[in-house]
Ligand binder design. Structure first.
Ligand code: JD8
Length: 270
């Protein structure tokens, strides 16, 4: 996969030289290029921002440098334009579609991803309209809170997408196991020493009884999800739950009514 990232703070993306993504780049599993937007300015102050039309606080990113760098990236794209294929341009924005694991899996299939890191109040909207001629432009948010720019969002998205590329994660087993967490939060994990600060590792994990260990972990997933993310519990497929699951959910506040999982306090007692 080819990835291009454009930013006025290219050093922000230096973290992508580290760990699994850094290793994947060295092993040519990932062709990641970081561009400094100011390299695509022509004035001696390397200006990338100006005041907003219509007034208001802050500054807006100028279209010209963005047009120049995105046109360059489009001409270098490995995606052949036949059959209308276009590289994908992800524009991090609080006003974007919310990024999640499903989107990560979809984007991990792409041949070429570009990321446009905005700053200030954002990028002149005509840049996205212009880019749509050569790119499949997608505004994306990593969550309902406000950042100062797109770089942190790109770090999160490139890591979430990059680790799904075949060969990036050493043991694909862990990817399969995580993908089987089927809408539940992860179970707690432990390692040596068996006793620490007077705290024991749950006995069942030392038993070697894989059936009991799997049940313990499943119960912990259901318990944690019921407490921390009840919104995920009601989305589960009730038909996929066995009696142990239903029992654990009952003890954590959820009932199955007419094939649907509902909080017990919403069950009208006849
Ligand atoms: C890109 C500029 C700052 C945003 C005025 C604060 C993503 N989940 C997310 N939250 N915030 C962003 C994000 C914020 C950005 C830019 C992404 C470019 N800003 C602006 C509008 C209000 N300032 C994001 N992904």
């Amino acid at each position: 996969m080819r990835i291009d990232v454009v930013s006025i703070f290219p050093e922000y993306l230096a973290a992508l030289d580290l760990s699994l993504i850094g290793k994947a780049r060295r092993e040519k599993l990932l062709d990641l290029n970081v561009h400094d937007l100011r390299d695509h300015t022509h004035d001696r102050h390397r200006t990338v921002d100006d005041t907003p039309y219509g007034g208001g606080a802050g500054m807006v990113m100028k279209p010209e440098p963005w047009g120049a760098v995105l046109d360059r990236i489009a001409t270098e794209s490995p995606v052949s334009p036949v059959a209308g294929n276009k590289p994908i341009l992800i524009v991090p924005s609080p006003a974007g579609a919310v990024f999640d694991q499903e989107m990560a899996y979809e984007l991990a299939e792409a041949e070429h991803l570009a990321f446009a890191c905005g700053r200030y109040e954002g990028i002149d909207e005509r840049v996205l309209e212009h880019a749509a001629e050569a790119f499949d432009v997608r505004p994306v948010s990593i969550g309902d809170y406000v950042l100062n720019g797109g770089e942190v969002a790109v770090l999160a998205m490139v890591e979430a997408i990059g680790r799904l590329i075949p060969g990036v994660i050493g043991n694909p087993e862990s990817l399969i196991e995580e993908s089987h967490s089927d809408g539940l939060l992860e179970y707690p994990v432990y390692t040596k020493p068996g006793t620490w600060e007077g705290r024991e590792v749950p006995e069942v994990l030392l038993s070697g009884n894989h059936g009991k260990i799997a049940r313990f972990r499943r119960n912990k997933q259901l318990e944690r999800t019921a407490i921390r993310r009840p919104d995920l519990i009601v989305q589960l497929d009730a038909a996929a739950l066995n009696r142990h699951d239903r029992d654990t959910l009952w003890h954590n506040g959820f009932a199955i009514v007419d094939g649907r999982i509902v909080p017990k306090d919403q069950v009208v007692q006849d």
